[in-house]
Design a protein around this ligand. Sequence first.
Ligand SMILES: NC(=O)C1=CN([C@@H]2O[C@H](COP(=O)(O)OP(=O)(O)OC[C@H]3O[C@@H](n4cnc5c(N)ncnc54)[C@H](OP(=O)(O)O)[C@@H]3O)[C@@H](O)[C@H]2O)C=CC1
Ligand SMILES: O=C(CO)COP(=O)(O)O
Length: 320
Amino acid sequence: MSVSVLGAGAFGTALAISLASNGPVNLWARNQDLASDMQTTRVNKCRLPGVVLPDDLTITSDLNAAVDSRILLLAVPMQKLRTVLEQNSQSLRDKTLVACCKGIELNTGLGPISVIRESLPDARPALLTGPSFAADIARGLPTALTLACEDANLGKVLQQQLTTTNLRLYRTTDTIGAEQGGALKNIMAIACGAVIGAGLGDSARAALMTRGYAEIQRMAMACGARPETLAGLSGFGDLTLTCSSDLSRNYQLGLAIGRGETFDPSVTVEGAATARAAAAKADEMKIDMPITQTVTNLVSQRLTIADAAAQLLARPLKEE
Ligand SMILES: NC(=O)C1=CN([C@@H]2O[C@H](COP(=O)(O)OP(=O)(O)OC[C@H]3O[C@@H](n4cnc5c(N)ncnc54)[C@H](OP(=O)(O)O)[C@@H]3O)[C@@H](O)[C@H]2O)C=CC1
Ligand SMILES: O=C(CO)COP(=O)(O)O
C-alpha cells in the first residue's frame, strides 16, 4: 500500500475515503474496538456518521501494518502530534510524514512541521492544509488544498500521490506560511463566531476577518512566511471558510461564547490552545495581535464579549 492515514477522526477518515479512490489505503485507529467496529460496519459512527467506507479502505489498530506504506498522513490534533511521534518513534523515524493538523504547540510555539523535525530528525516532513471540511471531502465534494514541503521534489511526488478526482492539491515550499495560516485562522474563526453569537452583526465579522488577516500576516511574515502563501488556500482561503460556516468547530465554539452557552470540551477545537500559544509568542516577539489576545481572554472567561468589543473599538486610531 502506498498511503496510510494515522488517526481515524473526522479528517483522517475523510482523507482516507478520498484517497481510496486512487487505490488501497490503510486507516489506523489507536482504539482496537473502534477499528474492529469500523472494519465490520464500514462506517465511522462517532466522527463521520452517514458516510460508507469504500472497499479499498482497510481499518487497523496495528500500527506496524499501517507504517509499511511509503506515505503516512498524520491526522491527529496539533496538541497530540508530539506524543504520537514520540510514542511511535521507532516505526515513524525515517518515514515521509504528512501532517494534517492545524495549530501551534502550546509549550513550544512550534507548528506541525517543526514538531516533526524536532521529534524525528530523519523523517521527511510535509503539511496538508487549506479550506476543507471532513464531511465535504468524505462526500466527494470538490476541494482544493495546499501541500507544503520544503523539499520541492518530494512535494511534487506528494502532490501527485495525494491528489484525487475531487481533491485538488496545490504545492508550495513555504512550510512556514502554510503552518501559520492554517493555525492562526482558527483563532479568527472563534472571534467571528463570538461576534455573530452575540448578535454584533456581519459588518463586525467582516472587520474581524480583515483585521485578523492583518494579524496573521504580521506574525507569519515575522516568522519568515511568504505573502503569497498567506493569500492562498492555506491562509486567506481557510480563513474565509472557517469564519463564515456553521460547520467549523472553532466558529461553533465562538458562537457558544457569544451566546453565553456551554461547549462540549471533548470536541477538537484547535484555535483555543493555538490562541494561547500565539499570544505568548506575539508577546515574546513584540508583535501586535489584539484579536488573538482577546480570543485568549474570551476562551478562558477572563473577558466578556461586551468588554472584548469595547476594548477592541477603543484602541488608538491608526493607518490601515
Ligand atoms: N474535521 C475537519 O473538517 C478538519 C480537520 N482538520 C485538522 O485535522 C486535525 C484532526 O482533526 P479531526 O480529525 O477533525 O479531529 P477528531 O477529534 O475528529 O479526531 C482526532 C483523532 O486523533 C486521534 N488521537 C488523539 N490523540 C491521539 C493520540 N495520542 N494517539 C493517537 N491518536 C490520537 C483520536 O483518536 P481517539 O478517537 O481514540 O481519541 C481521533 O481519531 C486537526 O488539527 C484539525 O484542525 C483539518 C481540516 C478539516
Ligand atoms: O480546518 C477546517 C476547515 O478548513 C476545519 O475547521 P474546524 O476545525 O473549525 O472544524
